[in-house]
Structures are given as C-alpha cells and as structure tokens.
Design a protein around this ligand. Structure first.
Ligand SMILES: [Zn+2]
Length: 304
C-alpha cells in the first residue's frame, strides 16, 4: 500500500452565507471527501512557554485559556467534548511527529529573516519548527495545521501558530488582550486593541475542531479579521450549531455526508485486515485567518 502524505490548502468559501462548514479533505484514494473530525472527546492543549514577548505580563496565556473556555462553555450545553489545559511546554513543534500535540505558538521571527538560504529545511517546509519561525504568508494573522488520517479523516493533532514575525515591509501584527479602546491603524500599542489574542484563538480553535471558513462576515469562522476585531470571541449560533451537531453528547461524531458515512462503514469493516500503521497515511490541512489591514497594506504597496 502506498502511504503518501497529502497536503491540502483550503481556500475560503465563496459560496452563499452558511451557518457553518465542516473542513473537508480528499481521501487517500483521491476520489472521495472526508470530514476532518476528532474521534475522541478530550482535546488537551498546550501553550508554548515563550508566549508572546510583546504582550504585557502573562496576559496572552489567559486570553488563550479564555478562548478554550468559550468552546468549553458551548460544549457543556450539548456535547461531552472536553477542552483540557495541559502543561506549558518549551520549544513546541507543529505537526504530528514532533511529539507535541495541540500546541499554541507565537512565531516571533519570520523565516526569511533567520533561515540561511542553503538550509535543507527550505525544501521540505520544516524551517518553522527548526528555527522557531513563521513560514507562511505575511497577511496571515494565525494558522491552524491539522494532521488527520487520509483514510478516515480522524484528527491526530492540531496546532495553532500566531504570526508575530516581521512582514516584508517591516511591520508586524501586534497581539493584544484588552477590549478597548481600538487602536488606530499604524498606531498599535499594547494599551489599545490591535489583533486580539482571544478573538484569534477562538477562530483557530474552530479549525482545530473541524470547521472551515464561511463567507458570513459576522461568523466566528469568517476568514478575515480587521484591526481591533473582537466579534469572534463570541461563538456565533451557526458555528455553535455545527459543533453541537458534529459532537453530540453520548453519540459518535456525525459524518458530514452520505459519502463519508459509506466510507466510515467500509473502514470499520476493514479495520482488522487493513491496519495500516504507515506514518505516511496522514494528511495535513492548514487554515488561516487573514488580516484585512495587512491585505490593504499589501495592495497599497503593490500600487506604488
Ligand atoms: Zn481561519
């Protein structure tokens, strides 16, 4: 059996406004879709001990705990899903195989600034973990990478990175935790609301538990966030219905469509004989929250 990994980048949905959208990915056969879903009901997260160096005291850790607490409060009403705070860990890595599951990391350097051109990590996308740097787009505020079985869609690991590194034009996102007043563009300080950590984390946790972007701008899972956005701190009713419908209390997670149901029945029947333990039978899906301000800034610099 060939067990090649499958990497997919999903784009924001351009369909009509939907209350929620589950994250789908191609199966290892390439001819069916899977829903990326947890099979267990306990998700233990771990924050990197370094936190965010430009956020005063330890407010960033609390803000992230608050985001998980919002999801836990939702779960209490409809599901037996549990979000558990694990111990903080040093030098956390993204992806299955690093030994660190469900980590939250602030990347304070951009890889273009710290990775030598000849470093072999440039060819296999491993620079982020090797040099503890941000290796994704400048306009991306944060990104969640989920590793899942390409046979079943079951998630093994889901990690969140915040982009605190310098963009090509020398600016960077400032991550804050206070609720007011809003910062003015270009005048961000830790004493006004710039890019709110709890807002960003609540959105990214939505990706962690298997939800994709929707086009509805008021949704927690809207793909963009303007400067001083706080709206995503509160899980919107559409996303809440998606979570409750996917992880009902006392019942297995709900497959996302008939094809997935068929697939899970086939998988269940074959479990004893297939038993693929190949490390490569994994896919990775990365979903990002994009800053509207950064997009505008980039368009302006392109126009020059
Ligand atoms: Zn996103």
């Amino acid at each position: 059996m060939r067990c090649a990994g499958l990497a997919l980048g999903l784009l924001a949905s351009t369909a009509l406004a939907q209350p929620y959208l589950r994250t789908r990915a191609l199966s290892n056969t390439g001819n069916s879709e899977l829903c990326v879903t947890w099979s267990v009901r306990q998700l233990t997260y771990r924050q990197d001990t370094a936190g965010s160096s430009r956020t005063p005291v330890e407010a960033e850790f609390t803000a992230i705990d608050n985001a998980f607490a919002a999801w836990q409060a939702l779960a209490r009403g409809c599901s037996d899903f549990e979000f558990v705070r694990g111990p903080r860990i040093a030098d956390a890595g993204v992806g299955k195989g690093t030994g660190d599951d469900n980590v939250i990391i602030f990347r304070e350097e951009n890889c273009r600034d710290v990775v030598p051109l000849a470093d072999p990590c440039q060819t296999d996308s491993s620079c982020g973990n090797k040099h503890r740097c941000w290796e994704h787009g400048d306009a991306t505020i944060a990104l969640t990478t989920s590793t899942y079985s390409t046979r079943t869609g079951v998630v093994f690991d889901s990690d969140i990175e915040f982009n605190a590194g310098k963009s090509a034009d020398g600016t960077r996102f400032l991550f804050t935790t206070i609720s007011s007043p809003p910062c003015s563009e270009g005048m961000e300080t830790p004493f006004c609301t710039a890019y709110d950590i709890q807002n960003t984390a609540t959105h990214e946790i939505g990706h962690m538990v298997g939800f994709d972007h929707v086009s509805e701008p008021s949704s927690t899972m809207a793909p963009t966030a303007p400067l001083a956005d706080l709206q995503k701190r509160v899980i919107d009713p559409g996303t809440a219905s998606g979570f409750c419908g996917t992880y009902p209390r006392g019942k297995p997670p709900v497959p996302c469509d008939e094809l997935a149901q068929l697939k899970s029945r086939i998988t269940a029947r074959n479990t004893g004989t297939l038993g693929c333990t190949c490390e490569g039978a994994r896919g990775a899906v990365a979903l990002q929250l994009v800053g509207l301000w950064a997009l505008r800034r980039r368009r302006r610099s392109q126009a020059r």
